[in-house]
Design a protein around this ligand. Structure first.
Ligand code: FMN
Length: 164
């Protein structure tokens, strides 16, 4: 059976809540990046989550140690999907930009990126998290449109399951 792991960084708990929802849907573990080990990256589908801080920066734990953990990993043959929360009104230009950073890193380490999301229904699409008209992963905005989060997560999980 394909293994799925969810690894996330979250400062105020919003991305953590999304990670827990995904964990429940996949019957998988949600591991904070602050305590992740190289073995935790060993999965057929690795789902990486980060909120966006500063102005388009990854969440602190990713910046402190998580990106270095990815740098040291060989992700070839693995599928990686990225998700995270942001604020598409207050930070439209850098909405969920951390997704782009995680996606680039995963591809650089040999992974195949899956789980891109059409921009339909999103207000902020002029962000580096959008490539070729799609978000590189699941962008969530619990600040302004929390009511959409459950359905966005459920639809994304279904699509990811189809890649396994
Ligand atoms: C100082 C500050 C900077 C932020 N910068 C961004 C940003 O550049 N892009 C974005 O999408 N959201 C930004 N946000 C919003 C957070 O990403 C959002 O609140 C997120 O849900 C936090 O998730 P977490 O609790 O998982 O860390 C910022 C929030 C604060 C307070």
């Amino acid at each position: 059976m394909a293994t799925v792991k969810i690894i996330y960084g979250s400062t105020t708990g919003m991305t953590e809540a999304a990670a827990q929802s995904l964990a429940a849907l996949f019957g998988a573990e949600a591991i904070p990046i602050a305590s992740a080990t190289p073995e935790d990256l060993d999965a057929d589908l690795l789902i990486l989550g980060s909120s966006t801080w500063g102005y388009g920066e990854p969440q602190d734990d990713w910046a402190a140690s998580g990106l270095a953990l990815l740098d040291a990993a060989d992700l070839s043959g693995r599928k990686v999907a990225v998700f995270g929360t942001g604020d598409s009104v207050g930070f439209a230009d850098t909405f969920a930009a951390a997704l782009g950073i995680l996606a680039d890193k995963a591809v650089e380490r040999g992974a195949t990126l899956v789980g891109q999301v059409p921009t339909d229904g999103y207000g902020a699409t002029e962000t580096t998290a959008v490539r070729d008209g799609r978000f590189v992963g699941l962008a969530l905005d619990d600040t302004n449109e929390a009511e959409r989060t459950p359905e966005r997560i459920a639809a994304w999980a279904e699509r990811l399951k189809a890649t396994l």
